[in-house]
Design a protein around this ligand. Structure first.
Ligand code: CO
Ligand code: CO
Ligand code: CO
Length: 308
């Protein structure tokens, strides 16, 4: 066992030879958008992301389905599965099976198996003082999904956010593997600050984040100011408040965005300073709009400092 359950990492990693380690992960959830085909794509991209966050390559996937067969037409499930399959194909993995149960609440996701060289596993811990922190997708999807559910988001906003959530972290992962980085995780349910806490918890490094550099969907500001913030975001803040030092100039709506529970968020990468420019340039070359948001420090160990 290379990475087990004690580490709160993105996936389990098990070495099977000197050349190959297996990465295993599972993720599924209730619909976040109305369109079943897009929901399938987002759920699959989200599940595949944990393999990418470990620096691996997905090989096989299995569908996990909970479906209210008596209340919903089967065509909806077919569209969800079609969306999932399209993402599995895009990842150059194969669908090998799955399992479905009858459930009053629809849920879908994947169990994914990937591979990685045992010496090239990228953990969520391992960041070194002087590292730069790079984020590969904008924040705010949790807040905007809440607005979508409330019927308050416009078509343009919905389309933009859906596309971002359905985008694989494949390009970002391949580039970071090429360049060589010290740590990585994907930003999902705990929000940017929650996942940063996991990166530094119990370690001998701290992190400084510059709030003004963190990318987010501009609509998230407007919706956060209206109070359209998912419960998970508040729970993230309560849970991690002790570890996070927020500068008093940072407005409450921005704090909400920094803690916002993401669906299929981007990769959060800790890269050595001397490779940061190369990483950013190569990411942009591949169409990934990654941004440098902060750095790893020797000071305030185990804590996150958020500056304006
Ligand atoms: Co993850
Ligand atoms: Co996960
Ligand atoms: Co990782």
């Amino acid at each position: 066992m290379i990475v087990g359950i004690e580490r709160a990492d993105d996936a389990g990693v098990y070495k099977i030879s000197d050349e190959v380690a297996l990465i295993q992960t599972i993720d599924f959830f209730t619909p976040i958008v109305d369109d079943p085909y897009w929901f399938g794509q987002i759920a699959a991209a989200n599940a595949l992301s944990d393999v990418y966050a470990m620096g691996g390559r997905p090989l096989t996937a299995m569908n996990v389905v909970c479906f209210p067969i008596k209340e919903m037409p089967l065509t909806i499930l077919q569209e969800i599965l079609r969306g999932g399959l399209d993402k599995i194909k895009e990842a150059e993995a194969v669908l090998v099976g799955g399992h479905s149960v009858e459930d009053p609440e629809l849920k879908y996701g994947l169990s994914v198996t990937g591979i990685v060289h045992p010496e090239r596993v990228i953990r969520n811990q391992g960041a070194r003082p002087g590292d730069r922190l790079v984020l590969s997708k904008p924040l705010g999807t949790g807040i905007i999904n809440t607005a979508i559910k409330g019927g308050l988001a416009g078509e343009g906003t919905i389309g933009k956010v859906i596309k971002t959530m359905a985008t694989l972290n494949r390009e970002a992962s391949e580039v970071m593997q090429q360049v060589g980085v010290n740590a990585c995780t994907d930003v999902t349910g705990f929000g940017l600050l929650g996942h940063l806490c996991e990166m530094v918890e119990g370690s001998d490094v701290g992190v400084t984040i510059y709030a003004s550099r963190v990318p987010y969907f501009p609509e998230a500001e407007e919706f956060a100011k209206m109070g359209l913030v998912p419960g998970g975001t508040y729970r993230n803040r309560e849970f991690r408040e002790q570890m996070v030092n927020l500068h008093p100039e940072i407005p409450p709506w921005l704090v909400d965005i920094l803690f916002d529970a993401q669906t299929s968020g981007g990769l959060l990468i800790s890269v050595p300073d001397e490779r940061a420019e190369e990483l950013l340039a190569k990411l942009r070359e591949r169409g990934v709009k990654a941004v440098l948001i902060g750095e790893v420090t020797q000071e305030h160990r185990g804590e996150i400092e958020v500056r304006p």
